[in-house]
Design a protein. Structure first.
Length: 606
């Protein structure tokens, strides 16, 4: 930008407070790290673009550093590093960013730096907007913080869990639960601190975590240096072989590396290998449900130390174990077929055979909501089961997942089948004997995928219906079969004192605010009240039930725009009428289109 010229002054406009400056990539410049070689190099290089101090060269930092002792020390150190006069706001103006327009420290000309670099009126407007946004973000952070904190822990734990599960034997997994938890907590702490040396911070965190009650730290040189000459890849391979030491699983590894690669020119081979590997991973996930949860609970029943009743164990696990057995058989058939893989080999017929037994999956999905409710109910009412889940959920042996999350995998599997089969068919020529069966299998898997998606949509509709039921005070029962929410719209209700005059001259008065809930068979009308909270910019909205109208008896009339009213319409029920208005034309168009479509559908069904 300078094209070889020297700047008279340079402004640094960044986030920060009275003691530090937030620069890019998480760098927080303060008096503690100002002499760091990277930080020092930044300021020295920046100063090289300005004229010398004797010629009036200066550095304007738009942070209120002059408002604190730490900030003043930082100013002096930056001035020494750069050799320039450093000026900053004193921070005496209230507001999140309005300090930039306050008095500045340093020998300055008559013009303030904020006017030198910015249009003053636009800068003040931006400062005012920043205040509003800060208040809005404060409310959003307050509401989302618990969710985001838990989500962050889940993600970190899932990463550690998957790595340890794939690289360690089962015995080591059981012995390293505490390690997985410590690593996941360390990753969360690193992300919160935004530290300059993440590895050093993580090492210090783990050392602090493993201190004993006496405060002593054991010898942990392995955190910074390796005592082993064995490469990490060899270690992982060793552990993987230990974990899969059974002859059957050793055979799995062998055939993937030899049999499937006999004909490297066959483009179908890698997709076939991916398909069988995906199926193995899926079965392995279902085996976790059996081995970690179902087997111990059934063993407790047999030893007369029951954690759950036999009926509850059956409700929770019967369908999932049936799905596991079905896919274990399917996996074995895939392995046998792929063990003798050739370019002309077929696989679509196995999927067609698999598709004839999907009643097992249908039973699982039909009972899936009951299974989840049973788990939640038992966890809340049976302390022993709560303790059991506490011990086993989110461990390395479950890939850091809960039982409910493991039971989610069958609902995603058919989408994966469709993708894998499509990829395989893409490299299957039209004259290949597998082409027709692959096409038929894809169609079958798509049909079942759509069935699962419909079940999911029905579940979402029921959940939304329940949320609406709770949100509307004094609302009658909305839980009816085949009812679902289409849309929600806020409107204002108006009244016309004199309906006898010409429509173009009518004047309307506001009565109250409404929130309309459009269902596929009825329109629920509620009164919307807003309560402002003390010491907060945020407000609380409440819906109070007013009326409901079945759609086949609802009449919708548009009110043409005049100079007195716009975006208005009339809703006419059997006994009452509501004159409504939306904020803008788009809201009106969307609402009336949805209303008319729903009314037409309701009339046709009637």
């Amino acid at each position: 930008m300078l094209q070889g010229l020297k700047a008279q002054s340079i402004g640094v406009f960044a986030e920060g407070d009275a003691g530090e400056i937030d620069l890019v990539q998480g760098w927080k410049i303060n008096e503690k790290n100002i002499l760091n070689h990277q930080v020092r190099e930044f300021w020295e290089k920046l100063a090289g673009f300005a004229v010398a101090k004797t010629e009036g060269g200066c550095l304007d930092i738009f942070n209120p550093l002059a408002a604190s002792e730490a900030g003043v020390d930082l100013i002096n150190k930056i001035s020494t590093l750069t050799g320039l006069e450093v000026s900053t706001p004193t921070g005496i103006s209230a507001g999140s960013h309005r300090h930039v327009c306050s008095e500045w420290l340093g020998k300055r000309k008559a013009t303030l730096p904020c006017v030198t670099y910015f249009n003053e009126s636009k800068l003040l407007s931006w400062c005012r907007l920043a205040d509003v946004l800060q208040e809005a973000l404060k409310t959003v952070r307050k509401q989302l913080r618990p969710y985001l904190r838990e989500t962050q822990k889940e993600v970190c734990g899932r990463i550690i869990g998957h790595f340890m599960y794939e690289s360690m034997s089962l015995a080591k997994i059981q012995a390293n639960r505490e390690l997985a938890l410590a690593l996941s907590e360390g990753l969360v702490a690193v992300s919160r601190e935004r530290c300059e040396s993440p590895l050093e911070f993580l090492a210090a965190f783990l050392i602090q975590r493993c201190k004993g009650a006496d405060g002593r730290t054991p010898n942990l040189t392995f955190l910074t240096e390796s005592q082993s000459s064995v490469p990490l890849n060899d270690f992982i391979k060793d552990d993987d072989q230990t974990k899969n030491s059974t002859p059957e699983k050793m055979e799995d590894l062998a055939y993937l590396d030899t049999k499937l690669l006999r004909d490297s020119a066959d483009k179908r081979t890698p997709f076939a290998r991916e398909l069988v590997q995906s199926e193995k991973n899926y079965v392995q996930t279902l085996e976790i449900v059996r081995d970690v949860y179902a087997a111990p609970l059934q063993a407790a029943l047999s030893s007369n130390r029951a954690i759950l009743s036999a009926a509850n164990v059956q409700i929770i696990f019967t369908d999932a174990l049936a799905v596991l057995e079905m896919n274990r058989t399917f996996l074995q058939e895939l392995k046998e077929r792929l063990n003798e893989w050739t370019p002309s080999q077929c696989i679509g017929d196995l999927f067609l055979k698999f598709g004839t037994g999907l009643k097992t999956y249908t039973n699982f999905f039909n009972n899936y909501p009951v299974v989840l409710k049973t788990i939640d109910k038992c966890r809340e009412s049976i302390p022993a089961f709560w303790a059991f889940l506490r011990r086993h959920d989110k461990t390395v042996g479950t890939k850091m997942m809960r039982l409910q999350e493991l039971l989610l995998y069958p609902s995603r599997r058919f989408e994966e089948y469709v993708s894998l089969l499509n990829a395989l068919r893409l490299h299957t020529t039209a004259d290949h004997p597998d082409r027709a069966d692959l096409s038929a299998a894809i169609q079958k898997m798509k049909q079942y995928r759509d069935f699962v998606q419909q079940l999911r949509q029905n579940g979402d509709r029921d959940s939304k219906l329940s949320d609406v039921q709770q949100a509307i005070q004094g609302c009658p029962n909305l839980q009816e079969a085949n009812r679902y929410l289409i849309q929600t719209q806020d409107v204002s209700q108006l009244i016309c004192p004199n309906m006898d005059i010409n429509p173009s001259l009518r004047i309307y008065e506001h009565i109250r605010d409404l929130r309309l809930f459009l269902f596929n068979d009825a329109l629920v009308i509620t009164m919307l009240s807003v309560s402002h909270l003390p010491f907060e910019f945020a407000s609380k909205t409440t819906c109070h039930f007013l009326a409901s109208v079945v759609l086949h008896r609802l009449i919708i009339e548009d009110i043409p725009d005049t100079k007195y009213i716009k975006n208005a319409f009339t809703l006419q029920g059997p006994k009452r009428q509501w004159i409504c208005i939306t904020e803008d034309e788009d809201d009106k168009f969307t609402l009336l289109s949805g209303l008319q479509s729903a009314v037409n559908a309701a009339v046709e069904q009637k």
